[in-house]
Design a protein around this ligand. Structure first.
Ligand code: ADP
Length: 707
């Protein structure tokens, strides 16, 4: 529970803060010792409920003011706690400061035990930290109305607003004297199938818990934080004393204390991303009893983040649009793009079944009729939704709807921990949620746990030079399936092949879809010059960026391009685009020489008119020039995107062991597998992979069950 902050305390804090600065300056001037500490930093991604930023407050210690400065990271957790107490007794309060700082970080709140014998300094740190965290929680100082004695609220409707991922999130509550009776959460700009889940799910949880002190939705912490801050604002308006609410956060029970349950199914599928949901739909349609395990509170995985489309050749959409393309060209492009490292058999079956995959998506109401060029493809082959929206979120919505219709049994918040092997065959899965351990026996298991792009340890293990690189994946992409499969003897292939995506906005990890370049955008460096054919493969474009000054680039496009690509609205709404009415003005805003940037654009527009790029030989994505103001730029650099390597499979999606034998009962599909993409995945082929191999894995598992 948080301490209430009164206006007087706050004013005292401000005065004390000013005093602290004066005293510190004075002390520095006379070269006196200064008791201060910055605690050892914690994981910058630590999850919490606060609003990202830096918050400082101070309170009186033993000898004078103690100032606490807390840094809240992207995911709402406290990542740094700096304490300064110039006037504390050196051997007592002063000596306690490093420990207090570490305690704030480990508690992630102001509720710390403190240091015995240093009570004054401890209390000052607690008071200042509580004040800083109140601000970080968006809590108004408690100067508002107060509910009547004995009541929680003043009955009525109240609103609160806070900044989410894509814009304002508004929470409206209706309260009676002692209960929250109704809640409405609006956050239309939150990311579809990520933040949007928090918008739709947290309301019920708040009503059930009757407190704002509930867990954030894992993986949607920014939106969850905004909802809970807005709720606290509304409840404060309603006269509530926020410190009086119980804490309903559900800590994970220690594994040894969890209840144990056994379950049974024909097929257990691990991971409800694109591959897992595709497999589940097919397996349930084939009459099998399926359990789909998903460790996150929602489905979608990295698939949700796919923004481009699905590569497929010889489709009816291509035929209808007079686009010539062949399965064999798709195979060659995939293998060329993958530097020849791909398993040709896997690529061949994927390309051959790609058109069928498009038809299956038609059949479940997820048509992808828009066909365009994408990096590394000879022909227009990437299929995307009609309205230009991101393919991943679009497909996840369709898969969820279909699974709902079929009544697929999805166990959310449930993490598979181990594959059960009996007499050489896989016969089940061990899994656990916050309270229970499951022993699930099954005739067949399908691994669809995705890649390891968000597991820093695995990234460093397999490709040390990528240490610390920005990650674009979903938080569930931690390689669990690869580890579990390796434990029971599966072979891994191309595991060190990790893909960088060249257009990632670094402050938000937002991936700027290849479609922007495919539709005609260019990349320029800080000198305002193009430096590469923007539609070469991702690894080549990434390497090109890393050779530029500052190792970044700007992606430049115009209003016409924005109008044709819905994904861009998201980039604008989260504030990562720079916009200007003229190229010169855009250049000025980016600190680029205006004459150089306008020369680059003038040349580019001429190349588009001539269908000839003499500078870098670009020959695709040149249908439209960039001449419709306003103009836009997004600063981008490479980010970790896709892990090409993984579990070894054959063309029936059977998992292969280190002795090159099939592991009976175990199948795998999607990013958890290796071999399909070789050394570099072509944009648009991850979706082909999940749809085609998700289907094959299901068909093979169904057959295996029946034998
Ligand atoms: P793909 O594109 O191959 O379908 P995704 O990344 O879209 O891969 O989906 C993988 C899914 O698997 C994610 O939703 C992720 O949270 C889930 N997942 C990963 N590890 C586990 C695990 N140990 N138990 C259950 N689900 C998992």
């Amino acid at each position: 529970m948080k301490e209430p902050i009164t206006k007087n305390q706050w004013i005292r804090g401000v005065i004390a803060g000013v005093c602290a600065v004066v005293i510190l300056l004075g002390l520095e001037a006379i070269g006196n010792g200064l008791h201060s500490a910055t605690a050892p930093s914690v994981d910058a991604n630590i999850v919490g409920e606060y609003q990202p930023g830096t918050y400082a407050a101070s309170a009186n210690g033993f000898g004078g003011p103690v100032e606490v400065t807390l840094t809240v990271g992207e995911n709402g957790g406290i990542t740094d706690a700096a304490i300064t107490g110039a006037s504390e007794t050196p051997d007592v309060g002063g000596a306690a400061i490093p420990d207090l700082s570490a305690q704030l970080l480990s508690a992630q709140s102001a509720e710390i035990d403190g240091v015995s014998g240093a009570t004054f300094t401890t209390n000052a740190v607690k008071e200042a930290a509580a004040a800083a965290l109140a601000e970080a929680s968006g809590i108004e100082l408690l100067s508002g109305p107060k509910a009547e004695e004995g009541n929680l609220f003043i009955p009525g409707y109240y609103d609160g607003v806070s900044m989410g991922f894509g814009g304002d999130v508004t929470v409206t509550v209706k309260v009676s004297e002692n209960s929250i009776d109704f809640i409405d959460i609006e956050g239309d700009h939150e990311t579809e199938n990520i933040g949007s889940f928090a918008v739709s799910m947290l309301g019920d949880r708040i009503l059930a818990a009757q407190t704002p002190n509930i867990d954030a939705l894992t993986g949607a912490t920014v939106t969850s934080g905004a909802i809970l801050r807005a709720l606290k604002q509304a409840l404060t308006e309603a006269g509530a004393d926020l410190s009086a609410f119980p804490d309903a956060k559900q800590p994970e029970i220690a594994s040894a204390d969890k209840e144990e349950k056994t379950l049974e199914a024909d097929i257990v599928i691990i991971g409800a991303g694109g591959a897992g949901m595709t497999a589940a739909i097919h397996a349930v349609e084939a009459g099998k009893d399926v359990i789909l395990l998903e460790k996150m509170p929602y489905a979608g995985g990295n698939t949700t983040k796919a923004t481009g489309g699905m590569n497929a050749a010889e489709t009816h959409y291509q035929a209808e649009q007079n686009i010539e393309d062949t399965v064999s060209q798709f195979i060659e492009d995939t293998i060329n793009g993958g530097h020849g490292l791909n398993n040709r058999d896997l690529v061949t079956i994927m390309a051959q079944k790609s058109a069928e995959g498009i038809e299956w998506l038609d059949s479940i109401n997820a048509p992808l009729p828009k066909v365009s060029f994408s990096g590394g493809a000879t022909n227009a082959r990437i299929h995307s939704p009609e309205d230009g929206s991101g393919v991943g979120a679009y497909l996840v919505t369709a898969f969820l709807k279909k699974m709902d219709e079929l009544g697929v049994n999805v166990m959310y918040d449930t993490k598979a921990t181990e594959l059960i092997k009996t007499d050489g065959a896989i016969t089940g899965v061990k899994a656990e949620d916050k309270t229970t351990k499951y022993d699930i026996s099954a005739k067949a298991v399908i691994l669809t746990t995705g890649g390891f792009g968000c597991n820093e340890d695995m990234i460093v293990k397999y490709k040390p030079e990528l240490k610390g690189t920005v990650k674009t994946g979903s938080p569930g992409a931690t390689g669990d399936g690869i580890v579990m499969a390796e434990e029971i003897g599966a072979a891994l292939v191309d595991i060190e092949q990790i893909q960088l995506h060249p257009t990632v906005e670094q402050s938000t990890s937002m991936l700027i879809t290849e479609g922007v370049r495919g539709d005609g955008a260019i990349l320029v460096n800080q000198s305002g010059k193009r430096f590469i054919n923007e539609l070469l493969t991702r690894d080549v474009v990434s390497a090109g960026e890393l050779e530029q000054e500052g190792q970044y680039a700007y992606i430049i496009f115009d209003q016409k391009l924005r109008d044709g690509l819905k994904a861009i609205e998201k980039y604008v709404s989260i504030g990562i685009t720079t916009q200007a009415d003229t190229i010169e003005e855009l250049a000025e805003k980016l600190n680029i020489d205006p004459a150089t940037l306008s020369e680059t654009l003038k040349n580019w527009n001429q190349y588009v008119a001539d269908k000839n790029d003499p500078d870098f030989g670009r020959d695709t994505g040149m249908e439209e020039d960039l001449s419709t103001p306003p103009y836009y730029a997004i600063k981008v650099a490479p980010g970790i995107h896709h892990t090409m390597g993984g579990v070894k499979i054959d063309t029936d999606a059977e998992v292969i062991d280190t002795k090159n034998a099939v592991i009976p009962g175990l199948f795998a599909a999607g990013e958890v597998t290796g071999g399909v993409h070789g050394g570099n995945r072509i944009g648009g082929t991850a979706v082909t992979d999940i749809v085609v191999f998700g289907t094959i894995a299901s068909d093979s598992a169904v057959k295996y069950c029946d034998n």
